[in-house]
Design a protein. Structure first.
Length: 483
C-alpha cells in the first residue's frame, strides 16, 4: 500500500479499482490482503475506497425465533452486531510488540549466550522500550554481542532516535528525500507541541471528518502534506487511537521535548519563560509544575542551571526519569544524601521510592557514599531497603559485605529480601552459601509466634491463629507455615 503511493498518491486508488473490476464476479469467494506501514493507511478514505470497489455481501440468514435472543439480550446482541459490522467485511490488524519470552527467544537466536545477564542489563538500563520491535532488538543484541553491555539510557535514547528518523529503505529514501537535520529538528518541535498541549495523539490528514488529536500541519506550518507524511512514517511514531499517530514511547517524547527546550536556552531571553514552564510560586512556595515533571530529568542532564535548581528544590525528581548516570559524580552524591535525608523525615511518603527509581540511579562509582549512608541509616528500614536495591541493581560488588550484614542481621522483611538479593547479585558462591546456611539455622526462631490467617484443621477456615512452628503439624498444605 505505501509502496503503491511512492510514485503517485493516486496509484493505490487506481490499483484497487482495477482489481475490483477484474475479479468482480469472484468477489464473494475471494480473500484479499492489503499490507503496508500503518501510517500509509488512511482510515476513512481508504476504507471507503475498499468497501466501494471490493464489495462483499453477507449471506442472508433465515430468522430462528427459537434461538433468537429476547428482551435486554436482544438489545445487547444488536449492539454487538452493529459494532462488528462497522468495518465488515474488512478486519484491520497490526503486529503487537515483542515482549517477555519472545524477546529472549529472539536474542538467543541472534547469538546471545548469557540470556540472564542480557535481560538483567536491560532492566538496569530500563531499555525494554528498545526491544519491542525486531529491528530495534536486533541492534541492541548486536551491541551486546560486541561490548557485553547495552549502554546507558541516554546513549540508547540518542542512538535509537537517530536511527528511527532515518529511512532504512533506500528506494523510499530516493523517492521522497528529506534533510536529516530538518526532520530531526521538526520531530523535536512536534514532541514539544504534544507535551505542552497535553495531547499525545497526532492527527493524520484524512478528510474533514477526522477531528482527533493535534493537527500536525498546525505545528509544522512550513511543511506540506507529503513532508508531514514522511515524518509520521518514521519508526519513532506508532499508530494511536484510530486515525491518529503517537510517539513510540512516552520517554521518546519527553527526551525530544527536553532537547527542543535546551536548544532555546541558548538565547538567554527565553530562559525565564522556559523555567516558568517547570517552576511556579504557589502560596509563597516554589513548586514544580506536575505536567512538566517527566521532562525535567532529561532537561536537567542537559542544562547545569536547571540541574542546580532541581537539586535545591526537589532532588528526587532526578530519580524519576532521564539518565541520572550522566550527571556529575558530586551532584549525584549530593542528590543521594539529600534524598535520604528527605525520606528519613516522618512526614515524607515513599512515592519516589519506586523500583525503576533505584535502577536509574545505581552506579558503582557511588559505592563509598552508599556504604556511608547504610551505616548512618542502619535503623531506618525504608532507606536501607532503598540503598540495598541500589547495590543489587547497580551490581556494586564493593558493598557485598554491607549486603551480607543486613542479610544476616536485619529483621525487617523487605530490607532483608533486598539484602539477600544483593548478595546473590554481587557476592561469590561462598557468600551465597553462608547466607543459606545461616538462614536455615535460624528457622525455628523465624517460625515462632507468627500471626497468620489460613485454612487448617487446628483452626476454623480463614480464622487467625498463632502458629508455633513445628508444634503445629496439622496445617492445610496451602499454608506457607506448614511444617
Amino acid at each position: 500500500m505505501d509502496e503503491a503511493r511512492l510514485r503517485d498518491p493516486k496509484d493505490f486508488e487506481r490499483a484497487i479499482r482495477r482489481i475490483g473490476k477484474r475479479i468482480e464476479r469472484a468477489l464473494q469467494r475471494t480473500h484479499i490482503v492489503i499490507t503496508g506501514r500503518m501510517e500509509a493507511w488512511r482510515p476513512a478514505t481508504d476504507l471507503l475506497l475498499c468497501r466501494t470497489n471490493l464489495r462483499w455481501d453477507a449471506p442472508t440468514k433465515e430468522p430462528n425465533e427459537a434461538t433468537a435472543p429476547q428482551g435486554e439480550y436482544a438489545v445487547a446482541a444488536e449492539r454487538v452486531e452493529k459494532r462488528e459490522s462497522k468495518h465488515a467485511p474488512f478486519r484491520i490488524v497490526t503486529l503487537e510488540d515483542l515482549h517477555g519470552a519472545q524477546v529472549e527467544t529472539f536474542a538467543i537466536a541472534k547469538g546471545v549466550t548469557d540470556i540472564k545477564a542480557f535481560t538483567k542489563a536491560l532492566e538496569r538500563a530500563e531499555a525494554w522500550s528498545f526491544t519491542t520491535r525486531p529491528l530495534d532488538l536486533a541492534e541492541t543484541v548486536e551491541f551486546w554481542n560486541d561490548y557485553h553491555r547495552v549502554g546507558s539510557r541516554f546513549d540508547l535514547m540518542t542512538s535509537s532516535i537517530a536511527k528511527r528518523l532515518e529511512e532504512r529503505d533506500q528506494d523510499r529514501a530516493d523517492a521522497r528525500p528529506i534533510a536529516v537535520d530538518r526532520i530531526r529538528e521538526d520531530a523535536r518541535l512536534v514532541a514539544a507541541a504534544t507535551t505542552l498541549c497535553q495531547e499525545s495523539a497526532i492527527r493524520i490528514p484524512d478528510g474533514d471528518k477526522n477531528t482527533l488529536g493535534l493537527p500536525i500541519k498546525d505545528v509544522l506550518t512550513n511543511w506540506n502534506d507529503q513532508d508531514c507524511a514522511i515524518l509520521l512514517s518514521r519508526p519513532i511514531f506508532d499508530p494511536g487511537i484510530y486515525g491518529t499517530q503517537r510517539f513510540h514511547h512516552r520517554s521518546v517524547r519527553e527526551y525530544l521535548t527536553a532537547k527542543w527546550l535546551n536548544s532555546l536556552l541558548v538565547d538567554e531571553g527565553s530562559r525565564a519563560k522556559i523555567e516558568g514552564l517547570f517552576f511556579r510560586m504557589q502560596y509563597g512556595i516554589e513548586v514544580i509544575v506536575p505536567t512538566m515533571r517527566p521532562v525535567l530529568p532529561w532537561l536537567a542532564a542537559l542544562d547545569r542551571r536547571i540541574l542546580n535548581k532541581v537539586v535545591a528544590l526537589a532532588p528526587e525528581v532526578l530519580l524519576e526519569g532521564g539518565d541520572p548516570a550522566k550527571l556529575p559524580l558530586d551532584t549525584r552524591r549530593h542528590i543521594l544524601r539529600q534524598t535520604c535525608e528527605r525520606v528519613a523525615q516522618p512526614a515524607h511518603g515513599r512515592s519516589m521510592m519506586e523500583y525503576q527509581a533505584v535502577q536509574r540511579f545505581a552506579n558503582a562509582d557511588l559505592a563509598e557514599e552508599i556504604g556511608a549512608l547504610l551505616d548512618q541509616y542502619a535503623a531506618d528500614d525504608d532507606i536501607t531497603w532503598f540503598l540495598l536495591r541500589m547495590v543489587d541493581q547497580g551490581g556494586i560488588q564493593a558493598l557485598v559485605g554491607k549486603a551480607r550484614y543486613f542479610a544476616l542481621r536485619s529483621r525487617a522483611k523487605y530490607t532483608r529480601i533486598a539484602a539477600i538479593r544483593a548478595v546473590f547479585a554481587v557476592g561469590t558462591s561462598a557468600d551465597v552459601a553462608d547466607i543459606r546456611s545461616a538462614f536455615l539455622k535460624e528457622r525455628p526462631g523465624l517460625w515462632d509466634e507468627h500471626e497468620v490467617s489460613c485454612r487448617c484443621r487446628c483452626a476454623g477456615p480463614s480464622d487467625p491463629h498463632v502458629c508455633h512452628g513445628r508444634s503445629c503439624q496439622r496445617l492445610h498444605r496451602g499454608c506457607r507455615h506448614a511444617g
